[in-house]
Design a protein around this ligand. Structure first.
Ligand code: ACO
Length: 365
């Protein structure tokens, strides 16, 4: 059989999934027969996680059962906290999170194939791990999780040490729902590759997290705020971005492998960010930077429609609710853990993923 070469695996289909449809031509995102945008507006983190893991939105009893299981498993094992405490403070949040997650792989997570029980326990602990490490770096005593708060409210509570504003919980919940799942993005693919070898859930999730960290994927939002801060003023937007594009650099928060039109998650988040930001001059500058960026990308890459992606407005929403840059990508991990787990459960029943490479080196004599 002839090999098909597709660098970056563009347009290659390697899985069938019931979880989501990413329609890049029309800018549509579906999670199991529901528009992701509607889920973000009208449902909670736990309801959408139930949809992805169990195949349907929960009734009241099912929701209560899932909430109880998640809230009961938020605490970290003591040995994980000790290990996190030993990590020097100049090690970045995502590296510490990767280490902490890999340490969760005790006997509870050893069973194959992965179970929904493992998935729930892991998902419950990711926000606690992020908040624990964040507190340690900030020099605060870590705040223990509460069992009376929802997943998102408890995450914000552990980060801020106070009961979060309802508007902030809603905004963060919408962001976390919109980023729970997104087809075979790089991190989900990495997780599925590991799961396809019949390795355990934690190994698969650790691989996915490593992929998410990269600035071309989940590492982009903090680079969006850095870009906007470096630009500093509306007048500087065009010269700054033009010089980057002339140097062959990428503008963060723009472009996507699949979307050939506006990323529907960015569209939904722009509305939320707009409501939260009020007359914040940073947000005004950000929308100006977006408009100039889109115009320049059209000029520099006329053959490839490059639009604003989810990371641009993820940065704006998280900034508006008072989360610092260091928490942007870890917060993305809090949500995407749900989709990674759903894919890993699917991939566990599939064939090992093993593509090929073309040898471009020399042959021995
Ligand atoms: N700024 C400048 N140029 C870009 C950008 C950008 N943001 N995105 C793509 N391009 C260029 C590419 O360099 C390429 O140029 P070339 O033809 O001269 O080589 C051309 O546009 C086409 O690129 P694509 O094939 O569309 O890009 P690809 O699918 O390989 O990469 C990616 C997609 C990684 C998202 C890219 O658009 C990018 O680097 N964007 C900036 C980082 C970012 O915001 N990432 C977050 C993505 S969303 C997410 O992961 C949750």
């Amino acid at each position: 059989m002839e090999n098909i070469v597709s660098l970056g695996l563009e347009n290659v289909v390697v899985a069938q999934t019931d979880l989501s449809l990413v329609d890049g031509q029309n800018g549509l995102l579906v999670y199991r027969n529901h528009w992701a945008r509607d889920l973000a507006l009208h449902h909670t983190f736990e309801e959408v996680a139930h949809l992805l893991w169990y195949g349907h939105l929960p009734d009241q009893a099912e929701l209560a059962a899932l909430q109880e299981k998640l809230s009961a498993q938020r605490e970290l094992p003591a040995y994980v906290k000790t290990a996190i405490d030993a990590i020097p403070h100049d090690v970045d949040m995502m590296s510490a999170l990767r280490t902490g997650l890999s340490l969760l792989g005790g006997p509870e997570f050893a069973a194959w194939p992965p179970t929904l029980g493992q998935v729930i326990s892991l998902t419950a602990k990711v926000p606690t791990l992020v908040a624990y490490r964040y507190a340690r770096i900030a020099g605060h005593a870590p705040i223990a999780p509460r069992t009376d708060l929802g997943h998102t409210a408890n995450y914000l509570y552990m980060l801020k040490g106070e009961e979060p504003l309802a508007a902030h919980v809603r905004a963060l919940d919408a962001y976390l729902i919109l980023t729970q799942e997104h087809g075979l993005n790089a991190s989900t693919f990495a997780g599925r590759v590991v799961a396809s070898t019949r390795s355990d859930l934690i190994s698969s999730i650790t691989a996915a997290l490593g992929a998410l960290k990269g600035p071309l994927h989940g590492g982009a939002p903090s680079e969006v705020t850095e870009m906007i801060e470096a630009i500093g003023s509306k007048e500087n937007a065009e010269p700054w971005m033009r010089s980057r594009l002339e140097a062959g650099d990428r503008l963060m928060g723009f472009g996507h492998r699949v979307y050939r039109t506006y990323d529907p998650r960015a569209k939904a988040l722009s509305i939320i960010a707009n409501e939260l930001a009020g007359d914040d001059p940073w947000f005004e500058l950000a929308t100006h930077v977006e408009a100039v960026g889109l115009r320049l990308l059209q000029e520099f890459k006329p053959n490839r429609p490059l639009n604003t992606n989810v990371e641009f407005y993820a940065a704006a929403v998280m900034r508006a609710i008072g989360l610092p840059d260091s928490l942007f990508t870890p917060s993305f991990a809090v949500s995407r853990t749900v989709g990674w787990c759903a894919h890993i459960l699917e991939a566990a029943a599939g064939r090992i993923i093993r593509p090929q490479s073309t040898y471009t080196g020399q042959m021995p004599e």
